[in-house]
Each structure stands twice: as C-alpha cells, then as structure tokens.
Design a binder for this molecule. Structure first.
Ligand code: FFO
Ligand code: ATP
Length: 189
C-alpha cells in the first residue's frame, strides 16, 4: 500500500488533495470543530495542505504532531500557522519547534485527522507501526466528555484505494470514528 501511494504522480496527488478538501469541508464535523489536529504528508500520504489553508481562512486552529522528546512513541500537538518555524524530525517529517507556548492537550482537540497506511469500513486503522497515535489517544477509551457529545472526533485521511476488507484489531488499537478519502466520507462509529 505504501509503495502504491508513493508511485502516484504529482498530478494525481494534487487532484486527490482537492477532492479530499471537498469531502472534509462538506462533512458535518467541519463547521463544529475549532481545534483541528492534522499532519504534513509523507511517504505518498494523501496531502491535507489544501485543507489546512481552508482551516486557516475559516479562523480555525490547526495543530501538527511532534515526536515527544522523552515519552517513547507519544505525540505532542503544536499550533501551526504560516509563521510557525518547522524542522525535520528523525523520520524526515517537518514538525513545529517546541520552544514556544503553543502546545495543546490532546483532549482539547475537537477533531484529529490521522495519517494511515490502510483502513477498513469499520474504522480499523493500520499505521506506520510506531503506535504513536494509539498511545497518544488512549485516553479516548474512557473519555467522560462523550456523554456530553464533546468527545474528540478521530478521523483517518486516505487515498480511496487504501481501503481493505478488514484490519485485524489489537487490544491497543484505537478505532476511528470515520475516514475521509478523495471519494467519500465513511462514518464508522
Ligand atoms: N505524515 C505523518 N506524520 C506522522 C506520522 C505519520 O504516519 N505520517 N506518524 C504516525 O505515527 C508519526 C510518526 N511516525 C512514523 C513512523 C515511521 C515512519 C517511517 O517512515 N518509517 C520508516 C523507517 C524509518 C526509520 O526507521 O528511520 C519505514 O517504515 O520505512 C514515519 C513516521 C507522527 N507524524
Ligand atoms: N497504548 C499503548 N500502550 C502501550 N503500547 C502500545 C500502545 N499502543 C500501541 N502500543 C505498541 O506499539 C506497537 C505499534 O502499534 P501499531 O502497530 O498498532 O502501530 P500503528 O498504529 O500502526 O502506528 P502509528 O500510530 O504510529 O501510525 C505495538 O507493538 C504495541 O505494542
């Protein structure tokens, strides 16, 4: 799946990014979410940058994952705008510098858009294998805010071809509430 997405042409990537932006903008959670975590595309992932520009224009706050400096395979989330200084992490992915005060607690996010390698229509997600997102969002399993309808929404972003029949889930895997692709929005939970 990683090989397939890396082989997409710049034209195909740009086209997919535009269509993904339409899927996301029309989704019910777009207007409701003020604090949105997103990622910068790597390894052929569907590119959310067109959507990021849309978030900025709509006065929403955008956040990017930063590898936690001490807690192994956990993520921090830092505010991202046009002026945010970025540097490459050990995977070669750009992330905000952590010398500023713009960190947000993961539970304060309204919407988190997950990168993924493959997904299924039940909300199963296969990631890059580090367990970063599963560890960081483990708190959502016992999230009291869910009763008030304030639960952090967890959505995956993918090229449509990244759908597979079934992802075997392990006990630590956090299922997604939905997946947005260049073709459709899946609501899974
Ligand atoms: N765009 C993006 N950002 C992200 C993630 C992601 O999947 N995509 N992550 C999601 O967790 C975290 C980083 N996790 C990652 C885990 C492995 C690799 C990776 O490329 N692994 C290589 C081996 C690299 C090496 O060991 O030096 C590989 O598997 O080929 C990249 C990111 C946080 N940021
Ligand atoms: N909440 C957790 N607590 C402890 N270990 C965990 C937790 N979540 C995942 N792990 C460990 O992390 C490893 C990688 O998990 P997994 O293969 O599900 O990663 P992934 O979801 O593909 O990666 P990523 O989220 O970084 O894209 C697993 O072997 C698992 O033991």
């Amino acid at each position: 799946m990683r090989k397939k997405r890396r082989s997409l042409s710049p034209f195909q990537q740009k086209n997919a990014a535009q269509k993904l932006t339409s899927t996301l903008t029309l989704s019910p959670f777009f207007s409701r979410s003020k604090h949105v975590a997103i990622y910068l595309a790597n390894d052929g992932e569907i590119d959310p940058s067109v959507f990021i520009t849309k978030l900025w224009k709509s006065n929403k706050h955008c956040y990017l994952p930063v590898l936690h400096p001490t807690k192994k395979n956990h993520l921090w989330f830092y505010r991202y705008n046009q002026k945010t200084p970025l540097k490459k992490n050990r995977f070669g992915i750009l992330e905000p510098l952590i010398n500023n005060k713009s960190r947000i607690s993961p539970w304060a996010l309204n919407l988190v858009l997950f990168p993924l390698v493959a997904f299924d229509s039940q909300g199963g997600r296969l990631g890059m294998g580090g367990g970063f997102y599963d560890r960081t969002f483990e708190f959502t399993r016992k999230d009291k805010a869910s009763a008030l309808g304030k639960r952090t929404q967890l959505y995956g972003l993918a090229h449509h071809f990244q759908e597979v029949a079934s992802i075997p889930l392990e006990q630590w895997d956090i299922p997604l509430h939905g997946i947005a692709t260049d073709k459709q929005l899946f609501i899974t939970h």
